[in-house]
Design a binder for this molecule. Sequence first.
Ligand code: CDT
Length: 312
Amino acid sequence: MSRIVTVGAAQLGPVQRTDSRADVVTRLIALLNEAADRGCDLVVFPELALTTFFPRWYLEDISESDHYYETEMPSPVVRPLFDVARERGVGFTLGYAELTSDGHRFNTQVLVDKSGAIIGKYRKVHIPGHASNEPGRPFQHLERYYFEPSDEGFGVWEAFGARVGMMICNDRRWPETYREMGLQGVELIACGYNTPIHYVPDPSQDILQGFHNALVMQAGAYQNGTWVVGVAKGGVEEGVDSQSAIIAPSGQIVAQALTTDDELIVAACDLDWCKRYKETLFDFDKYRRPELYQRHVSQRGVKWDGNPKVRP
Ligand code: CDT
């Protein structure tokens, strides 16, 4: 028997600094309606979907950036998206900048069910880039100035008949992210991202950006027997982003965006496909050796203790 969740990856084209929240919400609703027409149960939107990727710009007084953050979800301007979800019976995940009532700033993604209710919230764990103004750089990536890393870890929710996990952008490059969710039996991971093309260490190798994007998500899906839905904010927002893809537990890409603009791609994801990997090759219970993985949890940087002793 198959357990099918039909998922839409709702890629956004660029959101410029001059675009209003209402403009963006109109675009999100158009994608959500298209997803409902195409039979989707769940739609995944990108990281920081409601605004431009503002960590590109330094603002000396951080409170000047407050207008990029949401202090409530849904706010009145975002509420129509939740209403359409309820009316059309389709859930979604949405990435946004969160400013809490006690002044904490997180890069956040919520999971919303088919009744338009928030049933899960994830705050980004791996915050890349730098924390201080470095105007000498051709492009700044000030995520560590604008967001604090979450200490809450990686949750997995029972929703849409699946075990659903969430991660945000840079999280997808870390095998620990997938494994933390894999160990909770995750079957579908929703991931939004904004990846400036100029992030690649050697700019002459920009071509590798798309390769790395697919590489990490395909490996994470395969090694944990899970679907991964990776959704970009693409197009030229001072850079060109990776494209979106839906990846099967085999590691194969089953749907891929063709543009870098607003575009919906859809796949019927059979959750029972996860079982083939989780119960054979990657039967964690049977084959994992956690007693030999202590460095993973006790050590951050690289440490070498010298050559291991040669056994007789
Ligand atoms: N948004 C985000 O996490 N972007 C990063 C680029 C980091 S470049 C310093 C990514 O891993 O795609």
